[in-house]
Design a protein around this ligand. Structure first.
Ligand SMILES: NC(=O)C1=CN([C@@H]2O[C@H](COP(=O)(O)OP(=O)(O)OC[C@H]3O[C@@H](n4cnc5c(N)ncnc54)[C@H](OP(=O)(O)O)[C@@H]3O)[C@@H](O)[C@H]2O)C=CC1
Ligand SMILES: CC(=O)[C@@H](O)[C@H](O)COP(=O)(O)O
Ligand SMILES: [Mn+2]
Length: 382
């Protein structure tokens, strides 16, 4: 039995992780967290009987305490989430909180010495150098859950790291693949949320539509696999069957293929080096795949990808500005306060005016996040 904690258990990754747990019987759930979805976390408490639950929103946590009749301890706020991230007698913490909100809990979990199954990418985009250094100091494993990085992790098992020539990250291209800037002017929230291959939380779905998700994934790969920017290529592969590839120096390319089901990378991250079949996962029917297509991404139309490359090249707190401006701009788009094409414009504007801090401390990152968040909200939320 492996004891696990799931941070963000009520989301897309969180609920799929619990499905893996439900079907494998290899795991004991010790802690769960959410922002305010207390109806769902109450059901999860009833089914998985965790020792601790933390709800970020304090008034929701209070309501949950009145609903729960088990021995589960209900904690609240950031302190509560950090406490659940740092519980003792836990082997793996699944990080499935959305956005930079995952950064401090991830650091707390690593400081405690837990292995991490990492779905969240924003913590590496903003604090990759801190997480990487701490993971080495504490000698813990970070098992990538993000499908592309999980695929690369699998492909890399086939050869020594020194023989890797290039990482090839696949992108579906999102719902607007092939569109022009003019076409994108008037796209709706519903159209942007209509991802062709994956069912995910709203924020990452919009990031997939702008290709910022791919930009974040380049930065994520840079930290997870110590690969410089020049050795990370993005290729549009609309079928989402190959989840990413690794090219070795002899010219061999190893690809990981599977149906678009996050329970596959989740089980791999939880069981490594073993594997389990999760009931309900479909095997690929190779004979039915007529063709696999690949094309270069259009970084002029999907400017967010280019901005992510620029931010990674600059380093320092520039990647935090990239992330925070994106978080706020996506929220504004979802609230219909700005258009789809405004998203990269806002990010670029705030990146251009940022005075970069190189090799930032955690506090610098938190301060920059707060400052950019407030500035954009003041400017656009009237
Ligand atoms: N979904 C997917 O297939 C994939 C997701 N990822 C990454 O995984 C992470 C989670 O994505 P996804 O599951 O889609 O997101 P969801 O929006 O579906 O879920 C987010 C989870 O985080 C909680 N949460 C949200 N905001 C906060 C906060 N400020 N503090 C604490 N908890 C919070 C939510 O609680 P509540 O429900 O109460 O709001 C929920 O449990 C993201 O970083 C995403 O990029 C990566 C690859 C694939
Ligand atoms: C499932 C997953 O890992 C997502 O990050 C997915 O890759 C999004 O699809 P895009 O390739 O459209 O960004
Ligand atoms: Mn991904």
């Amino acid at each position: 039995m492996k004891n696990i904690v799931i941070l963000g258990s009520t989301g897309s990754i969180g609920t799929q992780t619990l499905d893996v747990v439900r079907k494998s019987k290899e795991f004991q759930v010790i802690g769960l967290t959410c922002y305010n979805n207390i109806d769902l976390i109450k059901q999860q408490i009833d089914e998985f009987n965790p020792k601790f639950v933390a709800v970020k929103d304090k008034s929701s946590a209070k309501k949950l305490k009145e609903m729960v009749d088990t021995n589960t301890v209900i904690l609240s706020g950031d302190d509560g989430i950090n406490e659940v991230a740092s519980l003792s007698n836990v082997q793996t913490v699944v990080v499935a909180i959305e956005g930079i909100a995952a950064l401090i809990p991830t650091i707390k979990a690593i400081e405690t010495g837990h292995d991490i199954a990492l779905a969240n990418k924003e913590c590496l985009v903003t604090g990759g150098h801190i997480i990487k250094k701490l993971a080495i100091e504490k000698n813990i494993n970070i098992f990538p859950v993000d499908s592309e990085h999980n695929a690369i992790y699998q492909c890399i098992q086939s050869g020594k790291k020194e023989f890797v020539n290039k990482l090839i990250i696949t992108a579906s291209g999102g719902p607007f693949r092939g569109k022009t800037l003019n076409d994108l002017k008037s796209v709706t929230v519903e159209e942007a949320l209509n991802h062709p291959n994956w069912k995910m939380g709203k924020k990452i779905t919009i990031d997939s539509a702008t290709l910022m998700n791919k930009g974040f994934e380049v930065i994520e790969a840079n930290w997870l696999f110590d690969m410089p920017l020049e050795k990370i290529e993005v290729v549009v592969h609309k079928e989402s069957i190959i989840h990413s590839m690794v090219e070795f120096i002899d010219g061999s390319i190893i690809a990981e293929m599977a149906t678009a089901d996050m329970r596959i990378p989740i089980q791999y991250a939880l069981n490594f080096p073993n594997r389990v079949y999760v009931e309900g996962v479909r095997y690929l029917d190779i004979a039915k795949i007529a063709s696999l297509s690949f094309e270069k991404p259009d970084v002029n139309t999907f400017r967010c990808l280019q901005l992510a490359y620029d931010a990674l090249r600059e380093g320092g707190t520039m990647t935090t500005v990239l992330n925070t401006a994106d978080e706020v701009a996506v929220q504004l788009f979802l609230e219909r306060a700005i258009s789809f094409n405004d998203i990269p414009c806002i990010i670029e504007k705030y990146m251009n005016s940022h005075k970069n801090i190189i090799n930032p401390e955690l506090n610098d990152i938190i301060e920059v996040d707060k400052e950019i968040r407030e500035k954009i909200k003041r400017e656009y939320m009237r």
